[in-house]
Every structure is written in C-alpha cells, then in structure tokens.
Design a protein around this ligand. Structure first.
Ligand code: DCP
Ligand code: MG
Ligand code: MN
Length: 425
C-alpha cells in the first residue's frame, strides 16, 4: 500500500508466521488457492498484532483467524512447533529449517527445495554455490540460532572497547539493542561508537574493524556501509577462552556498574569521566592493537577513556552479579559464533542513534509516529522540527534540533523519559 518500509510494524509473532508462510506457499504450489488465501489473511493479522500471542483466545480474537487456525497458532506458541510439519510433512519441516538460515527467508527456502535441496545436509554440501551471506549462514547455522548470554555480550563489548580506546582514548562505546533494555539473553551484539570531537568516529571505525579482524574477534564479514554520516558493520564474532581470562574481570566490572548501558541521569551532556578497570597498570597485561596507538595525539590517560557516556547510578534491572556465576567467578566459557552490528556515528547524532539502536523496534515505530503527529520527524540521525507533509510524503525535511542525549529527544517530543528497560514493548 505504498508505505515506506521503515513504517512496517515489527512482527511479534515471527515464529508463527514463518510456519504459516511455509504452509501458504505450499497450498499455492498445490493450486489450493482457497486455503492459501486463508493463511495469507491470518499472516497479515498476526504480523500486525501489537504483541506476541499469549493465549488461544487471543489468537481466536484476531481478524481472519478462525478456530482451526487459532489452534495451530496456539500449538506453535505453546510447543514451539507444529506437529504436522514434524511428523506428517517432512518436506515442510526442511523448508522451515532452511528458512532459519541467516540470509535465507521463507521464499528462498521454497526455491532451494524446488531446486532439489531436500535436507540441511544437502544444503551444507551445496553451500559453495550459494551467495556469500547464505554461505556464512549455513556455516554457522547452529551457533546463530542460539541466544547470547548477557555476560558474553558484555565480554564482547569490553573487548571492542579495549581496542577502540587504543586507537583513540576519547572513544565512546555503548552496547545497545536488547542488552541495553536489560534482557538476560540477546539475539546479537549491537555496539554504538562515537567520539567527543564529532569527527574521529570515522577514523576509529576504519581502523577498528581491521584490528578486530586481525585479533580474531570478527570471524566473518556480512556487510559494511554508510547511512549518511553513520557507518555500519555487520558481521560474525567469537570470543576465545583466553578472552574470558583476559577481559572477564573487566567485563564483570563493566556489567556491575551498568556503564555499558549508557544511562544518562540528567539533561546535560553525559559525564565522560567514567573509566573502566581500576588502574592503568592492569591494562599493561592486555593485548595491544600493535602499532596503532597514537600516543602523541592521544596520550593514554586513565581519565580520558570512557566506556560510555553515562553514570553508573542507573535504575536498570541489572543485578550486580550480572556476568558472574553465583560464586562470583565470570560465567563459564562458551565460544559460539555470534552476530555483531557495529555503528559509528558523529557525536551530534549520539542521542537519536542511541535511542534508535536501543529499540525495541516497535517502540521506535511508536516514537516516529508520535513525532509525525507533532509535525516533526525522528530518525537515527536527528529529530527535525517544522516538517511539512502531504499525507505520508515529506515536502520539507525541516530543521534538526540539538538533541545530545536521549532525554532531550523525549523532552522535545513532550514525553516523560522512559529508561531503556521500559522500552521493551
Ligand atoms: N531497529 C529498528 N528497526 C529495524 C531493525 C532494528 O528500529 N528494522 C533498531 C531497534 C532494535 C535495534 O535496532 O532494538 C537493534 O536491532 P536488533 O535486530 O539487534 O534487535 P534487538 O537488539 O532489539 O533484539 P535481539 O536480541 O533479537 O538482537
Ligand atoms: Mg540486537
Ligand atoms: Mn542487531
């Protein structure tokens, strides 16, 4: 219907719609248009529902979902699968399995099946003929389906921070996404980078990626690109047992002071004096990004580096033992491959970028719609005022407001501030 894709609702029932899309495609292939249409309408209703389905009654109350389909919805929600796919129709089970590969959607999975790939083993065997991103998806299929424990996200963030501050000690690093919203496990690692001078973030980004590749933290490259002034890297990363030894304690310290969550407690520019690790001497035993330290321009100073602009006084529901097992040691070593997104932004975009990258996606959409009602326009780059629209189409871009913090964005929109853990809608 011509709406911009950024306004597509977030699908809270993907587990169900993935399976339903499979069935819809299957009925279409069998020329059973009537049944296919039934599924298509139910999929639309499920995708537009504002939250995950939590009961049979809730499924039944959806438009175009009758008792028969509501039963299937509830079976998937409550058991995690549909027996019909598991037992009676191995073909659909395989297509569903293949559609869970990173880079492969339901449509591609159907096509692969039609081309004669009838099992995950066959897909693995033919991986070399797939596009590069799907090859990576196949290679790390099992790992990428696993959720990431919070402590491991902290460890990865700590490592990124460690190398970034060797490039320039003034760097700002914040772990965003579901981590910042306080979740115990995350789908991926989302890291925002910036620099107080408003420019050096580009330099950090350009130098950081090769350093992280050389270190071995980044194992596979998915994509890299610009969005105006923002630079985004998407890839796969993995920590080693050695990383737990070297950075584990540092990560525990970071998690327990909630610094990574970049919580600002005032309307002022954040306090940049927060440091991680107790002293400089402890960092001498840490690996160095060989030859990349600008010791002249950026003398290493305990006070200069900051893990994130924020104060550790947050009301976030992060326990002081986050990152530890009950006896106080860092959590046990795991080294699965994980999805990682790194975004580097100029400081003037920090407030809106932090807000965007923290999400949730549904929360972001509500904020953008609210901005629109106020004749403003909110993006990861800025909050603009004086935007003129003709229906959905923007006639003028308006003027960006100065929004150095998330607080300032909420204030400009006339909203009470919501802490990250209150944005889990
Ligand atoms: N985002 C968005 N719209 C999108 C994709 C992302 O607004 N289409 C924003 C909101 C997300 C944030 O970026 O919270 C990070 O994206 P992720 O896909 O990593 O989502 P989360 O971190 O929220 O969840 P997960 O634990 O699954 O990674
Ligand atoms: Mg994420
Ligand atoms: Mn992400």
């Amino acid at each position: 219907c011509g709406r911009p894709s950024s306004d597509q609702p977030i699908n809270h029932n993907k587990q169900v719609t993935d399976i339903f899309e499979m069935l819809e495609g299957d009925y279409r292939a069998q020329k059973d248009t009537w049944r296919a249409m039934g599924y298509q309408k139910a999929i639309t209703a499920l995708k537009h529902h504002h939250k995950p389905i939590e009961s049979f009654a809730e499924a039944l109350a959806l438009p175009n979902v009758g008792e028969r389909l509501a039963k299937k919805v509830w079976e998937i929600v409550s058991t995690g699968h549909l027996r019909r796919l598991d037992d009676r129709d191995p073909r659909l089970k395989v297509i569903l399995e293949m559609s869970q590969v990173y880079g492969v959607g339901p449509t591609t999975a159907q096509k692969l099946y039609a081309k004669g790939i009838h099992s995950m083993d066959q897909l693995r065997a033919q991986a070399s003929q797939l596009p590069p991103i799907m090859q990576i998806g196949v290679k790390h299929y099992d790992d990428l389906l696993k959720k990431i424990p919070r402590a491991e996200v902290t460890l990865i963030g700590t490592k990124v921070y460690h190398f970034a501050k060797q490039i320039n000690s003034g760097v700002l690093v914040a772990i965003c996404g579901s981590y910042r919203r306080g979740k115990d496990t995350c789908g991926d690692v989302d890291i925002l980078l910036s620099h107080p001078d408003g420019r050096a973030h580009t330099d950090i980004y350009n130098r950081l990626i090769p350093i992280l590749k050389r270190d071995g933290l980044l194992t596979d490259h998915l994509s890299e690109g610009h969005d105006g002034t923002q630079h985004k890297y998407m890839g796969i990363c993995r920590v080693t047992e050695h990383d737990w030894d070297v950075f584990g304690e540092m990560a525990v310290a970071a998690a327990s002071c909630a610094a990574f969550t970049a919580t600002t407690t005032s309307h002022m520019m954040p306090d940049f004096s927060m440091t991680i690790g107790s002293s400089q001497s402890s960092s001498s035993s840490l690996p160095s990004a060989s030859g990349t330290l600008d010791s002249d321009e950026n003398p290493p100073s305990a006070a200069a580096a900051t893990i994130a602009p924020g104060l550790p006084t947050s009301a976030l529901p992060i326990s002081s033992t986050a990152g530890r097992v009950p006896d106080g040691r860092p959590v046990p070593f795991t080294n699965f491959h994980r999805r990682i997104d790194l975004i580097a932004v100029p400081l003037k975009e920090w407030g809106t970028a932090l807000l965007y990258f923290t999400g949730s996606g549904y929360f972001n959409r509500s904020m953008r719609l609210l901005a629109r009602k106020r004749h403003m326009s909110l993006s990861q780059h800025s909050l603009n005022v004086g935007v003129k629209r003709l229906r959905a189409e923007k006639l003028t871009e308006g003027e960006p407001l100065l929004t150095p913090t998330e607080h300032s964005v909420f204030e400009a929109l006339g909203l009470p501030y919501l802490a990250p853990h209150e944005r889990n809608v």
